[in-house]
Design a protein around this ligand. Structure first.
Ligand code: UN1
Length: 513
C-alpha cells in the first residue's frame, strides 16, 4: 500500500509505536490498557497509546498544580511569548501534523493543513491577547474610593475534545488558557490519540527550550471514564468539552453538581436558507462544501437546505449534478473531494439514518451506500447522499455525523424559512443565501436565526478563529476561540480601594458606634 509519507510524518512528530499515553511533559507513563489508533483511510493500525489510570491521573494533577503556581506568576506577555513560539513550532511542523490529522481522522490533506493553520492563527491571536486581558474601572459612589475589576488565572483547565477537529479545538482552548495563566490537561478523542501525542511533543519542546514548567500542558488518554476523572474533580475549575449533546449533558450535570464551570461545544443541526433572491452558483458551492467537506463530520456541517419553492428545482438539479462529480477516496490524494468517515460505527449510523429518513417518508434523490473494492478496504468510505424531507421528521431533528444533506421546501416569506431553521433542538450555525437586504437583515434580527453563528451569503462551516465560536440551546451555550471568549478561562474580581482616613459605607448606610 502507498505510504503517502506517513512513516516519515510519525517520526518527525516523535510518535513511537506504543506506551505514549499519559504525559506531564518530557515524562511519559501510563499503566492502563492500550488503545490502538486505526486509520479510516486504509484500515491500518498506526500505533498504540496507553490509557490513563486513576493513579496516573493523580500524578498528572499534582504536576499540573505545581506548574500552575509557577506559571501564574509569569507575566502575561511572557506567557504570550511562549505561545508565539508554539505558533512558530506549528509553522515548522505544519506538513507532518496536517498529514497525521488527515491520516488518523480521514479529512483531506488540505483540510488537515487548514486545521493546523487554525492552530497557528489562534496562537497569533493569543499573543496579542496576552497584552489585552483588560478589565473595566468604574467610579465609586464613595468619596476617596477607587473601583476596578481584574481577571486572574483559574487554575487547571480540563479539555475533552472530539475526533473531527482533533488538534484545532485543543489549541483554541490552550492558546487562550495559557496566556490567561492557566495550565491544561487534555483528553483527546480515543479515536485520534496520536495527533494528541504529537501536539504534546511539540509544546513540550517549546517549554523545555524556555525552561518553563512542563506541567502547563498535560495529556491523558482513554474513553469517557478517563474524562470523568476530570469532570468530577474539583481541582479542575473549568471543563471545556466538545462532542455530542449526549456527552455534554453528562459533563454539565457532573460539573454543575460541584458548581464548576463548563464550556460546552456540542451538536449542531445547521441549515442554509435559500431564498428566491439567492445567487444559485454560490449557493451550490456553499451547500456542497458544507455538506460533504470533512465527509459531513464538522459540528458546523450543513445538514439542512431550506429552499424556496420558486428556486427549489433549480437548486436541486444543480446539486444533483454537482454530487455526481464528487470523487470519493483516499484523502491524502488531493484529487479526491470526500474521504472516509471515522469508523464502522459511524458507517452504521449513516446507513441507519438514511433508512430512517426513507421510512419516515423521505425521498432519496442522491442515494447513499458504502463503497467497496480497491482503495475502500477500510469499509469507512460512504457516498454523500441527499434526501427530500420534512423538517419535522425525527431523523432530521437529529445530528448524524455523516455526509447526508436534507432538502426542505418552503413557500411564502423568509419568516417561514426562519421558523423551520429554528425548529430544531440545536443552535450552532446557520446561513442565508440572498441578495435581498430585507431578508438578510430579518434573518440576523431579534426574530431571525437563534444560532450562535448566523452568516449571509456564505455557508455554515469554516468559521474564522477571530470570532467567538459556539452555539445556543442543545449546542451548549459555550464560546471559545476569538472575541472575548478568553474571559471564561479567568476568574473575575472586583476591587474597591479606600485611600481616605474615613470609612463611609455604601448605599449611604450609617453605622455609628
Ligand atoms: C468543529 O466541527 O468542532 O467552523 C469545529 C468550522 C471550523 C471549526 C469546526 N472552523 O467549520
Amino acid at each position: 500500500a502507498e505510504d503517502f509519507g506517513i512513516t516519515e510524518a510519525l517520526a518527525k512528530l516523535y510518535i513511537e509505536q506504543e506506551n505514549q499515553g499519559t504525559s506531564t511533559g518530557s515524562e511519559w507513563f501510563g499503566e492502563g490498557a492500550q488503545i490502538t489508533s486505526v486509520s479510516p483511510v486504509d484500515g491500518a493500525a498506526i500505533a498504540s497509546v496507553t490509557t490513563t489510570t486513576k493513579s496516573d491521573y493523580e500524578k498528572v494533577v499534582a504536576k499540573a498544580q505545581e506548574a500552575f503556581t509557577e506559571w501564574r506568576m509569569v507575566p502575561a506577555p511572557q506567557r504570550g511569548e511562549i505561545v508565539r513560539q508554539f505558533g512558530e513550532k506549528l509553522r515548522a511542523y505544519k506538513e507532518p501534523l496536517g498529514k497525521l490529522v488527515s491520516y488518523e481522522m480521514g479529512k483531506s490533506y488540505q483540510e488537515g493543513l487548514g486545521e493546523v493553520q487554525e492552530m497557528i492563527d489562534i496562537c497569533d491571536f493569543a499573543v496579542g491577547l496576552s497584552r489585552q486581558l483588560h478589565g473595566f474601572t468604574m467610579h465609586s459612589e464613595r468619596p476617596g474610593h477607587r473601583m476596578y475589576e481584574q481577571y486572574h488565572p483559574l487554575g487547571i483547565v480540563g479539555i475533552i475534545s472530539a475526533f473531527n477537529f482533533p488538534v484545532a479545538v485543543w489549541s483554541w482552548n490552550t492558546a487562550l488558557a495559557w496566556v490567561c495563566g492557566d495550565v491544561c490537561i487534555w483528553k483527546p478523542s480515543e479515536k485520534t490519540p496520536l495527533t494528541g501525542v504529537a501536539c504534546q511533543q511539540l509544546i513540550t519542546k517549546v517549554l523545555q527550550e524556555n525552561n518553563m514548567p512542563e506541567g502547563i500542558s498535560c495529556l491523558i488518554n482513554g474513553g469517557a471514564e478517563v474524562g470523568a476523572l476530570m469532570t468530577a474533580d474539583k481541582r479542575v475549575p473549568l471543563i471545556s468539552a466538545t462532542g455530542s449533546t449526549r456527552m455534554g449533558k453528562k459533563v454539565a450535570a457532573v460539573v454543575g453538581e460541584r458548581l464548576g464551570k463548563s464550556l460546552l461545544e456540542l451538536g449542531g443541526n445547521n441549515a442554509i436558507i435559500v431564498t428566491p433572491d439567492a445567487d444559485i452558483k454560490m449557493t451550490v458551492i456553499g451547500a456542497i462544501f458544507g455538506a460533504v467537506g470533512t465527509a459531513g463530520q464538522r459540528c458546523t456541517s450543513t445538514r439542512r437546505l431550506i429552499v424556496h419553492e420558486d428556486v427549489y428545482d433549480t437548486v436541486k438539479d444543480a446539486l444533483v449534478k454537482a454530487y455526481g462529480q464528487l470523487k470519493i477516496g483516499n484523502p491524502l490524494d488531493e484529487k479526491n473531494h470526500v474521504g472516509p468517515i471515522i469508523d464502522k460505527d459511524a458507517v452504521n449510523m449513516y446507513l441507519a439514518a438514511l433508512e430512517k429518513a426513507e421510512k419516515e417518508g423521505g425521498n432519496i434523490i442522491v442515494p447513499g451506500g458504502v463503497l467497496e473494492g480497491n482503495g475502500y478496504e477500510s469499509g469507512c468510505y460512504v457516498k454523500p447522499a441527499m434526501v427530500e424531507v420534512e423538517n419535522s421528521y425525527e431523523i432530521v431533528q437529529h445530528e448524524t455525523f455523516a455526509p447526508i444533506l436534507y432538502l426542505i421546501k418552503y413557500s411564502g416569506t423568509v419568516e417561514n424559512a426562519i421558523a423551520l431553521q429554528n425548529d430544531v433542538v440545536q443552535g450552532l450555525s446557520s446561513a442565508i443565501m440572498t441578495n435581498n437586504l430585507r431578508e438578510a437583515e430579518t434573518f440576523l434580527s431579534h426574530k431571525g436565526s437563534d444560532c450562535g453563528i448566523a452568516n449571509v451569503n456564505i455557508g455554515t462551516s469554516g468559521a474564522e478563529i477571530g470570532g467567538a465560536f459556539g452555539g445556543e440551546k442543545e449546542t451548549g451555550g459555550g464560546r471559545e476561540s476569538g472575541s472575548d471568549a478568553w474571559k471564561v478561562y479567568m476568574r473575575r474580581q472586583t476591587n474597591t480601594i479606600n485611600y481616605t482616613t474615613e470609612l463611609p459605607l455604601a448605599q449611604g448606610i450609617k453605622f455609628d458606634l
